[in-house]
Write a protein that binds this ligand. Structure first.
Ligand code: HSE
Length: 434
């Protein structure tokens, strides 16, 4: 028998939880018309029930006891919006064991424990929907799971952290220093009070683990992803990049590589990257996110939009709620497709090849360029572009971009170059998108 009402238990009512309640109130009629289902928030787990909320709900809805949500037999779907690993993991486990569907926006949890939780969901003939965990309101997981399922994905490249993209945009467009751009991002609410996970690339790595799992049909160990954050990107680097025809972006990259030594395998990495100005990702500014991918049948696809914020994220959560409700009404097959994914080892960075940008300061005296050229030449590194600025106080700034070279050879050459007495210890090194 079709059910005409789905009862929801919300875990957490911060920015996203408030956005979900607000959008549900605003689009209730719309969703009912489109699905023939009433979505009713039955209980909400909060820390402080007396706190004023943007959306009015009856006081009896709020509770400080998780059991009031998890043990309520009337609640069909638990929406976890607490974030972090614990107690979210315990609550989701309990919800699945009690036969409830789960919707979550928790990227840290799904990246690190998604496999075990989805397996549990399968065992209990339920499912976890997590569209909101990556890219806020941008449809990313459904396209990968459903629309592109007939493709072998060759490459996925994402700008999937709004905070860092906002900072790099301000540095590039307004010539700001990193610290000033970060302060502005915080003042506008784009960066959190503790932005470490964003700046150090971990947020993007968790999101990449989720995306790559679905794109490459693999179980990804998020901890094995190579990560470099944006703290070392300077205004000078952004200037030089522009002179050379690039902009700097924090990219999350996943590639299916054919590698002589280890066969066909996956390479996943997050690092600041020089992106050619004519690449579609170069036009993704401010807090916006985008994912660019290449499938063997579909070719190039780019998905673009707001990667965070209460309303865009709530848009994804509500779509997941509708899917969960349709499963309850048996309109959709309840398969946990991720159960088929097998763990797959990632290629170490040393097995990859990249183009590199290197900026260094050198004493302006005879033989320095010769020594640099020898170090690169000995390691089979071919240089594509070189800039040397007129020296100030006897110090010359040298910027160079290599052709595609082995990571191992580049790091050997870099060790030799930076050991030269004429080279100053501070230098910048970034990869360049081919
Ligand atoms: N902190 C994230 C970002 C938003 O800056 O993109 C939530 O995923």
């Amino acid at each position: 028998m079709p059910r005409d009402s789905v009862k929801i238990g919300l875990l957490g009512m911060g920015t996203v939880g408030g956005g979900v309640a607000a959008l549900l109130a605003r689009s209730d009629g719309l969703l009912r018309e489109r699905t023939d289902i009433d979505f009713v928030i039955k209980r909400v787990l909060v820390r402080d029930p007396s706190r004023k909320r943007a959306v009015e709900l009856p006081p009896s809805v709020f509770t400080t006891a998780a059991a009031d949500v998890l043990d309520d037999p009337e609640i069909d779907v638990v929406v976890e919006l607490i974030g972090g690993i614990e107690p979210a993991r315990t609550y989701i486990t309990a919800a699945l064991q009690r036969g409830k569907y789960v919707v979550t926006a928790n990227k840290d949890l799904m990246a690190q424990h998604g496999a075990e939780l989805l397996e549990l969901a399968r065992r209990f003939n339920r499912n976890i929907f997590y569209e909101a965990a990556v890219g806020g309101g941008i449809p990313l997981l459904r396209p990968l799971k459903h629309c592109l399922v007939a493709n072998r994905i060759k490459r996925i490249i994402g700008i999937i952290n709004g905070t860092t993209n906002y900072i790099l945009t301000r540095m590039s467009q307004d010539d700001m220093e990193f610290d000033a751009a970060l302060a502005q991002a915080q003042a506008l609410g784009f960066a959190e009070a503790d932005p470490a996970n964003d700046l150090d690339g971990l947020d993007a790595a968790y999101k990449l683990a989720i995306l790559a799992g679905l794109a490459f049909h693999s179980r990804i160990d998020a901890g094995a992803i190579f990560v470099q954050g944006i703290r070392d990107v300077t205004r000078q680097d952004i200037h030089y990049a522009r002179d050379l025809g690039y902009t700097v972006k924090l990219l999350a990259l996943g590639e299916r590589c054919g590698c002589d030594r280890v066969g066909d395998t996956l390479a996943l990495r997050v690092h600041p990257t020089l992106v050619p100005l004519d690449h579609p990702l170069a036009a993704v500014h401010n807090e916006f996110n985008a994912v660019f991918l290449e499938g063997d049948a579909v070719g190039e696809v780019m998905l673009y939009g707001r990667g965070a914020g209460a309303a865009p994220t709530a848009s994804a959560v509500l779509a997941d709620l509708v899917d969960a409700a349709r499963c309850l009404r048996s309109e959709l097959e309840n398969g946990v497709m991720e159960s088929k994914f097998k763990p797959e080892a990632l290629l170490p960075m040393s097995a990859l090849s990249s183009r590199f940008y290197l900026r260094l300061l050198a004493s302006d005296r005879p033989g320095v360029f010769g020594a640099l050229a020898t170090a690169f030449g000995d390691e089979q590194i071919s240089l594509d572009m070189i800039i040397q600025k007129r020296s100030e106080a006897g110090v010359a700034e040298i910027v160079l971009v290599t052709h595609q070279v082995s990571e191992e050879n580049f790091s050997r050459a870099l060790k030799r170059v930076t050991a030269l007495p004429a080279i100053q210890p501070r230098y910048s090194i970034f990869r360049v998108l081919s």
